[in-house]
Design a protein around this ligand. Structure first.
Ligand SMILES: Nc1nc2c(ncn2[C@@H]2O[C@H](COP(=O)(O)OP(=O)(O)OP(=O)(O)O)[C@@H](O)[C@H]2O)c(=O)[nH]1
Ligand SMILES: [Mg+2]
Length: 458
């Protein structure tokens, strides 16, 4: 990595301070080229010290910005290389001007995530920790942040390394046996190996199984509000958002497009979608909106089927419920503030085993219970196991499942009595799969994909 990279590390737009970050062998030379102390002299830079002065245009010496700079010499820096940080004024133009001078002085623009990629390549962190950096930045709920921080601090890597060490130990035993196959007394205790492998498989399966919950906290879930016209879908969205986002009128067929907004319910980010009321219509625009409802429903993690409690169940309600069968449904009865004409029996007849939550979207009654019901729908088992180890990346789950597959092959093979060489090969494949998670065996394509999702400057 002999190229020096640079980027604005702070969020774009108006702000108090902007940080321009530079990493690579030319970092110090760039500082000496562009920065002057208050007395006009170039600085004598000590690592990890702040210096106050100006960034000057090398052509003409005009002051570009008043700044503080810090040089972090390799290897004691985020990337493990020489890193220069220039702390200037925030805003739309000044940081860009400084960056332009830095580029003229020999750096090139960093790609998204390139600083963290260098940190990974220089062994400052493993791959699952690098992924956690992006997760921390993207986290929108306390629980999501907690999971990202645990992963950044190496909790997942620690568990994987422990299982990896145990597996490597079993492989070593097996390989020793292969080397001394002539001497039958040196064969490892055949029964202990399948049992030890089984324990590893159980631990890995538990980890893989935690992905469903991990994904909910990391990425959030999509919940669609569906129902016939005028039942109060838009009112419900507005109430969750605390603002009049969607138009509400007593005229059936008010909502034509869908409206998606994020809301946080008990630490889960829910992408809540209000949709057009479903009914038979000859109107092309309304029909297009209703077609969109079914598309949104197909992608949803759960559907709130909204019914109007002040009216009896209609043929339309029944038709919609029939079409939604097989989807994860949460029945909700709205307009609980009006005299009720929709009985529990009626609902449980058409949705056996389901209990509807009664709310008033207009006045806010029952929304607390509805929030709880949504949370429990997604995190049923969480209270049984308050702080289980949780994985949040599909990549990790796939690698774990690959390892489990090879371990099961190894166990089945040894039961069938295949040669120990074949079992050893399966164990090596399982080790490779575990190493993918921490990045020991990740190829360039995987790295490129992971870091492409980062922001520039991180
Ligand atoms: N009394 C009462 N009226 C409600 C409640 N929720 C909604 N409404 C009224 O019902 C009418 C329709 O509400 P909307 O929220 O627009 O219903 P919608 O399901 O989005 O309707 P479409 O977009 O036409 O499908 C409005 O007049 C609301 O004020 C409620 O909880 N109680
Ligand atoms: Mg509406």
């Amino acid at each position: 990595m002999d190229e020096t990279i640079a980027a604005i590390a702070t969020a774009p737009g108006a702000g108090g301070i902007a940080v321009i970050r530079i990493s690579g062998p030319q970092a110090e030379a760039i500082a000496l080229h562009l920065f002057r102390m208050k007395n006009g002299q170039p600085p004598v830079l000590e690592s990890h010290h702040l210096y106050y002065g100006h960034i000057l245009s090398p052509e003409g010496g005009a002051i570009i910005d008043e700044v503080m700079i810090a040089l972090m010499r390799a290897p004691r820096s985020y990337t493990g290389e020489d890193v220069l940080e220039i702390h200037g004024h925030g805003g739309y133009l000044l940081p860009q001007r400084i960056l332009a001078e830095v580029i003229k002085a020999g750096a090139r623009l960093a790609e998204p995530g390139e600083f963290t990629k260098r940190a990974f390549l220089n062994n400052r962190m493993d791959l699952s920790q690098a992924e956690a950096v992006a997760d921390m930045i993207a986290a929108r709920t306390d629980r999501g942040l907690e999971l990202a921080q645990a992963q950044y601090q190496g909790r997942l890597s620690g568990s994987i390394e422990k299982l990896h060490a145990e597996l490597a130990d079993i492989l070593a035993l097996l390989e020793a046996a292969i080397d001394f196959i002539e001497d039958i007394d040196d064969l490892p205790d055949d029964k202990s190996i399948p049992r030890r492998l089984q324990n590893i498989v159980e631990d890995l399966n538990r980890l893989a199984g935690s992905y469903g919950e991990g994904k909910i906290f990391k990425d959030g879930v999509s919940v669609v509000i569906a129902g016939r016209t005028n039942v109060g879908k838009s009112s419900l969205l507005n109430h969750f958002l605390g603002e009049q986002r969607a138009i509400v009128t007593p005229i059936p067929g008010t909502t034509r497009d869908f409206i998606e907004e994020p809301v946080s319910i008990h630490d889960i980010i829910i992408r809540l979608t209000d949709t057009a009321g479903i009914r038979k219509t000859g109107e092309a625009i309304e029909q297009a909106g209703i077609d969109l409802v079914w598309q949104r429903v197909a992608m949803a993690d759960a559907v709130l089927i909204l019914l109007d409690g002040s009216e009896e169940m209609t043929a339309e309600d029944r038709e919609i419920i029939e079409k939604l069968r097989g989807k994860p449904l949460i029945p909700v009865v709205n307009k609980a503030d009006l005299p009720q004409n929709l009985s529990e029996e009626e609902i449980s007849r058409i949705l056996p085993g389901k209990v509807a939550i009664r709310i008033s979207a207009k006045y806010g009654n029952g929304l607390e219970e509805l929030g709880k019901a949504i949370y429990q729908h997604f995190c049923r088992d969480r209270t049984d196991n308050p702080s289980p180890e949780i994985i949040t990346h599909l990549r990790h789950r796939l690698a774990i499942e690959k390892a489990v597959f090879h371990l099961c092959e190894a166990t089945a093979g040894s039961v069938r009595g295949v040669s120990p060489e074949l079992t050893a090969a399966d164990l090596r494949d399982a080790l490779d799969a575990l190493e993918e998670i921490i990045g020991k065996t990740a190829n360039d394509m995987i790295l490129a994909r992971i870091f492409a999702s980062f922001c520039i400057g991180k």
